[in-house]
Write a protein that binds this ligand. Structure first.
Ligand code: NAP
Length: 302
């Protein structure tokens, strides 16, 4: 039987509706409006489009949102001063610096300057540490891994006691999602294995997975025979494998493929995310969720 297709677009839309309600309640009951600033340095077209999408979503959710555009030659010192200004601004609950930054700026230094309680991207070492400790300590989950967890939970898969296998150990996807699924918490409590390029017998690890999360960046890496029948397969990979002319716009667009051979995998898996349209649409929505959480924490609202 063909797998259920998990639509990230639909789940993201559902979460945004829930957030709208939460934002309304925050305003009505506590006079709090979540505030998000996105800082863009330079005019890299991909960065401009990411920041524009983030700003559009935060406007749609009635956030107090600021897009702060800075020239490519801004000094590191000036950028750090700007972050300090937003760290102290009580109307701003989330600060996002769009990466990459120009070469003359130390990215790590800039990201580490963000107040961890406004780090809605969830990558500040303090938030990485909080996730490692778990429980009440956790403030913000990094957005893509948090989106992956939502997709699994909302597709009805039981995570407690499930064998979760994560392909990839990057700091932005593999390690944090492994850590999230390992938490002693609802939507987690899984038995987690992480595999990577030095793993022996990749296929046999993957074949054990009730939930298989693939974030390797290798198109078609996971073969259908690596998948346990009925498993939930989350394909995080986004690989440009060519170009085509869009029927909608008539313009050249990239052909995207995931890390899983979707056509064959969907005949074996119980549920699977497509690429595009799976994990991708979740990331910005989870950024918004983190911003609402930051506003609630700042206001002392449960
Ligand atoms: P990354 O930093 O390049 O890490 C890839 C990981 O996969 C590494 O740990 C690597 O192992 C492992 N790996 C690579 N080839 C492998 C192989 N043949 N067998 C086993 N393991 C292998 O990548 P990333 O940033 O995590 O991103 C992974 C993919 O997810 C990319 O396609 C990226 O575009 C996509 N992505 C999507 C979203 C989104 O949709 N919102 C967000 C982030 C990333 P080693 O550590 O041993 O080298």
């Amino acid at each position: 039987m063909a797998a259920k297709i998990i639509s990230g677009k639909e789940v993201a839309a559902q979460i945004r509706e829930e957030l709208k309600k939460e934002v309304g309640e925050l305003k009505d009951r506590h006079d709090v409006v979540p505030g998000l600033v996105t800082i863009l340095v330079g005019e890299d077209p991909a960065s401009v489009s990411y920041v524009t999408a983030k700003q559009k979503t935060s406007h749609d959710l009635s956030f107090h949102s600021i897009q702060d555009n800075q020239p490519a030659d801004i000094s590191e010192e000036h950028l750090l001063q700007l972050i300090d200004k937003y760290n102290k601004d009580p109307k701003i609950h989330g600060i996002l610096v769009q990466l990459p930054l120009p070469k003359h700026i130390n990215e790590k230094k800039v990201l580490n300057a963000i107040d961890p309680d406004k780090d809605v991207d969830g990558f500040h070492p303090v938030n990485v540490g909080r996730l490692m400790i778990g429980g009440e300590e956790v403030k913000f989950l990094p957005c893509t891994p948090a989106g992956i967890q939502e997709l699994i939970v909302r597709s009805g898969y039981r995570t407690e006691g499930a064998e979760v296998v994560v392909v990839g150990r990057s700091n932005i996807v593999g390690k944090p999602i492994a850590n999230i699924m390992l938490q002693k918490a609802t939507g987690a409590n899984s038995t987690v294995t992480v595999v990577h390029t030095r793993t022996k017998g990749m296929a046999s690890h993957c074949k054990r997975a009730d939930i298989l999360i693939v974030a390797a960046g290798v198109p078609g890496l996971v073969k259908p025979e690596w998948i346990k029948p009925g498993a939930c397969v989350i394909d995080v990979g986004v690989n440009r494998v060519g170009e085509k002319i869009s029927e909608k716009t008539g313009k050249k667009v990239a052909i995207l493929k995931g890390d899983v051979d979707f056509e064959t995998a969907k005949e074996i898996a119980g549920a699977i995310t497509p690429v595009p349209g799976g994990v991708g649409p979740m990331t910005i929505t989870m950024l918004m969720k983190n911003t609402v959480r930051a506003a609630k924490i700042a206001a002392g609202v449960k």
